[in-house]
Design a protein around this ligand. Structure first.
Ligand code: SAM
Length: 246
């Protein structure tokens, strides 16, 4: 559906405002080791199979270097179509929370003059990542105009041990997390489909690169489980997206 220019402008303005607030927090995370740490992370992410990263050690440099990039990538996804008006969203492998925050920012500005309560469930196995996500969400939460955000901060948890309640969420995000679990894509998406309510949506945001093995696996599994849709890269070249409706 075509959106009016003024709606886009309002959404862009709000996305920028949230990004600026997040950056006011993130810019303090920089320390003397930041460039070495960033280079290490870049090296990990450039490999075809990402090695396991110790996010307890690298949560701060990850947030400093990648939060804004991942936030804007996810925002560009949700700007392409109105995000589903979820009652409960799960950010699986949330890291510093870039994906869920982008979703919330776009949704907030696409709602008419109503208040909408939304449960936000953050799952990650790294306590340090969860702490940063919590801090950023608490900082920006008062700025939302239509959303009454109810955060659920779970204890650190490996998604492989996640036992989701059936039909409990209507939007589930996997942003740059399946690529770190290439051998468990089927099991993780299976859990997500169990958790998803009818008509809900799962968003997968990963790099679309030559030789990226993860997409073959995702394509195969998603087409068995759901109706997939994917968006190719446009001018701004966001990561490609697959999302499925059960
Ligand atoms: C590259 S970061 C992406 C973070 C965030 N989704 C984003 O796009 O900015 C991957 C995150 O997924 C988490 N993660 C990876 N595998 C996981 C697993 N099996 N269970 C729980 N968390 C996991 C890591 O701890 C890390 O915080």
């Amino acid at each position: 559906m075509l959106k009016s220019t003024s709606l886009y402008q309002e959404q862009f303005r709000f996305i920028t405002k949230i990004a600026e607030s997040a950056w006011s927090f993130l810019s303090d995370l920089k320390d003397a080791k930041i460039w070495d740490d960033t280079n290490y992370l870049k090296d990990c992410f450039s490999q075809n199979t990402c090695p396991e990263i110790d996010y307890e050690r690298y949560a701060m440099p990850f947030a400093y270097t990648y939060f804004l990039e991942n936030f804007l990538k996810a925002a560009s996804v949700f700007l392409r179509e109105c995000p589903p008006r979820a009652k409960c969203i799960i950010d699986a492998g949330c890291g510093s929370g870039a994906g869920m925050l982008a979703y919330l920012a776009v949704l907030d500005q696409s709602l008419p003059d109503i208040n909408w309560q939304i449960d936000v469930v953050l799952i990650d196995r790294s306590e340090a990542q969860l702490t940063i996500a919590k801090n950023i969400l608490q900082l920006v939460k008062p700025q939302f105009q239509h959303l009454d955000i109810v955060p659920h901060y779970l204890d650190p948890m490996n998604l492989l041990n996640w036992e989701p309640q059936a039909n409990s969420a209507d939007c589930i995000l996997f942003e740059h997390v399946l690529t770190e679990n290439p051998f468990d894509v089927g099991s993780l998406l299976g859990k997500a489909f169990l958790a998803l309510t009818g008509g809900g949506k799962i968003y997968i945001i990963e790099r679309r690169r030559e030789k990226e093995p993860i997409w073959n696996i995702i394509d195969q599994i998603v087409s068995e489980l759901a109706i997939p849709a994917s968006y190719g890269s446009g001018k701004i070249e966001p990561d490609d997206i697959a999302f499925g409706e059960p």
